[in-house]
Write a protein that binds this ligand. Structure first.
Ligand SMILES: [Zn+2]
Length: 171
């Protein structure tokens, strides 16, 4: 199975709002498999379709402890219906924002709905790390990166570093 390339900042595709998935078929299942392989290989705890250049409202995640083995979840057309409380997501990172981490304030509890890989409707509450991961991945489907949720000063530090790097790459 071939892995997918993960787009990185400042790729403008990452600013895209993903289009809702209208049909769950074999083609989509194959994409889901490639996305989860790509996530595990990276390795990451979540991956949104936008990150691999696909304009689809779809994400995969696995927040299980490594010792417990894999626990893959697929969420199609996810929506946060309600959120409450605050939690500090310490040292948050992103496969699309390499070599940078920052604290992000997230909602502590969320109510999410969507459908699974077989089209079965899902509605569940998430808290703690799982809530953080879901908010991060659903943000991707709305064109938002975690660096959009930190102070402008911290974001500048990162964007300057990336620009400098890309400039050197071009030399
Ligand atoms: Zn991310």
């Amino acid at each position: 199975m071939s892995l997918l390339d993960i787009l990185t900042f400042p790729d403008t595709f990452l600013k895209k709002t993903a289009r809702p998935v209208e049909q769950i078929d074999g083609e989509l299942q194959a994409i889901i498999d490639r996305m989860s392989d790509t996530m595990y290989q990276a390795p990451g705890v979540g991956l949104a379709a936008v990150q691999v250049g696909l304009d689809k409202s779809l994400l995969v995640y696995d927040v299980a402890d490594k010792e417990d083995g894999r626990d893959l979840h697929v969420l199609i057309n996810p929506r946060i219906l309600a959120q409450e409380g605050q939690i500090l997501s310490e040292n948050e990172g992103c496969l699309s924002v390499p070599d940078f981490r920052a604290d992000v304030t997230r909602s502590a509890n969320i109510l999410v709905e969507g459908v699974d890989r077989d089209g079965k409707p899902l509605r569940f509450e998430a808290e703690g790390f799982m809530a953080i991961v879901l908010q991060h991945e659903i943000d991707h489907l709305n064109g938002t990166l975690f660096i959009d949720r930190i102070s402008a000063l911290k974001r500048q530090l990162y964007t300057r570093r990336v620009k400098k790097y890309l400039k050197h790459q071009g030399e």
